[in-house]
Design a protein around this ligand. Structure first.
Ligand code: SF4
Length: 477
């Protein structure tokens, strides 16, 4: 892919990953942490999975990465062929023998494990339901390792300033910004690589839909949204209206309340949806998701999945959605801000219910509210839309469009800091916002440093290579 040859950050990252993830040369296997990363990101061909005993299995949610003791992933939801979906934990080991070898079979904390995920196939059979990941990778191993090698999902206490803070503070602002831009390249490449891997399986358009749905799921509901996008070819027949699609998305997502009297403000709307869903539910019963898959805790009403699915229904129902998006991408109008022009492209017309209610239980608003806001537009652009245009242009060898996607990506205005960015700014930059750090790409670069370095160290920066790399780079220049 098109990372510039002189990207020094890519070389730093490679040094770090080689140290962290490769085992001894005579053991050509990934580390267990990398296998966990592959599972966490689902870098596998999800619609072809079979356990070691040949049963098809669907991963409806891979679970939440558990960094404490006990199984590696909590509260996953999976469905074996011909069975109802079930929820439980996932344990990751390199080989099936790890289950007995690590004493999990005798440990009560592992009694809710429903799937043992391993790297490759055993020589002898095993009694656990076991899935080997190696045969199902969605891209060559090196590509996946490079893309996700830096992620572990640890969180950090915020009272510590990082050891890299001193060498970074000695650099002029523009050099720090240059460093972050180079790190942002890696992030663009990673996101684009995931979209390309999926496009190889399902086509460019389907890969885009899955990216958009995932982005609408926020952190809490990425996986059910991904699953609803995966079944779009079945649920979203051509020329379906937005309300029909809302009925199908909410119905197949398990999000249609049974009791319409329970939510008086939405009773008429829900009755309309049920009128549609009653006729169709049988057809989709095999692919319907259990309602327990969704997370609502801590979500503002405006971010609830039903509202996000209502927006997605408008996009899918629009006959020329993709053409409109392509037109937005190539028409670089200097008079309108990037955010406003994309917002205009993605904002649906007024929705009879959702423009007037934040959620199914909210009272009617005094004035209509848009289904999409500016911060979500930046998230969609940086994480899905621009990486998708970039990698599609790259794959099609269209250098002009590739350059346009890069320009738009690196010029996109910064979004509000999230908690990870706030912490990174404190630890790496002593809370400073440097001149020139006004783009979303500089935020992406900061996030990439956190993932590549901070998340492999600890609160006191033990064994982190980053400070020395920054010092060495400073001396070179
Ligand atoms: S772990 Fe490394 S990159 Fe992170 S704050 Fe510490 S020194 Fe900086």
């Amino acid at each position: 892919m098109g990372i510039p040859r002189n990207n020094f950050y890519a070389q730093w990252r490679a040094q770090n990953q080689t140290r962290l993830f490769l085992r001894e040369p005579d053991e050509p296997q990934p580390s267990e942490r990398l296998v966990q990363g592959i599972w966490h990101h689902q870098r596998i061909v999800r619609d072809k999975l079979r356990t070691l005993d040949g049963r098809a299995v669907r991963i409806l949610h891979p679970g939440f990465w558990n960094h404490a003791s006990g199984p590696d992933f909590r509260s996953a939801v999976i469905q074996f062929e011909g069975e109802a979906a079930k929820s439980g934990d996932i344990e990751v080991d390199l080989v099936p023998a790890g289950w007995h070898g690590h004493g999990h079979d005798r440990n009560a904390a592992f009694k809710n494990v429903i799937l043992h995920v391993v790297w490759n196939k055993p020589e002898r059979s095993t009694r656990m339901d076991t899935l080997a990941l190696e045969p199902f990778l969605d891209a060559p191993f090196n590509e996946i390792q490079s893309a996700i090698g830096g992620e572990t999902g640890h969180s950090w206490p915020d009272e510590w300033r990082g050891k890299c803070c001193a060498p970074l503070s000695e650099l002029p602002s523009e050099r720090v910004v240059e460093l972050l831009q180079q790190a942002a390249w890696i992030r663009l490449q990673r996101k684009a690589g995931e979209l390309e891997a999926r496009a190889r399986q399902a086509g460019w358009e389907q890969a885009l839909w899955e990216g958009l749905f995932r982005a609408l799921g926020y952190k809490q509901n990425v996986w059910p949204m991904q699953r609803l996008a995966e079944i779009l070819p079945v649920t979203a027949e051509r020329q379906s209206s937005a309300v029909t699609l809302q009925a199908r998305f909410l119905g197949s997502g398990g999000l249609l309340p049974d009791d319409v009297t329970d939510a008086p403000a939405s009773a008429t709307y829900l009755r309309n949806l049920w009128d549609i869903w009653w006729r169709e539910r049988e057809k989709f019963s095999d692919i319907a998701l259990p309602p327990t898959l969704w997370r609502f805790h801590g979500l503002r009403p405006a971010n609830q999945p039903q509202r996000r699915l209502a927006l997605a229904a408008h996009w899918v129902a629009a006959p020329k959605f993709l053409q409109r998006l392509e037109k937005w991408f190539v028409e670089d109008d200097a008079d309108v801000s990037e955010i406003d022009s994309l917002l205009e492209c993605l904002q649906p017309d007024c929705d009879e219910f959702w423009s007037w209610h934040w959620s199914l239980r909210s009272p009617r608003l005094s004035k209509p509210q848009p289904l999409l806001g500016a911060s979500r537009v930046t998230d969609l652009a940086i994480n899905v839309i621009l990486p998708w245009f970039w990698i599609r242009a790259h794959a099609g060898k269209n250098q002009k469009l590739e350059a346009l996607a890069e320009k738009r990506y690196f010029n996109w205005p910064a979004a509000q800091d999230n908690s990870v960015l706030k912490l990174a700014r404190q630890r790496l930059l002593a809370g400073r916002t440097l001149r020139g750090m006004t783009t979303a790409a500089s935020q992406q670069g900061l996030l990439q440093v956190v993932r590549d370095f901070c998340e492999h160290s600890d609160a006191v920066c033990t064994n982190c290579l980053f400070p020395d790399l920054v010092r060495g780079w400073t001396q070179q220049k």
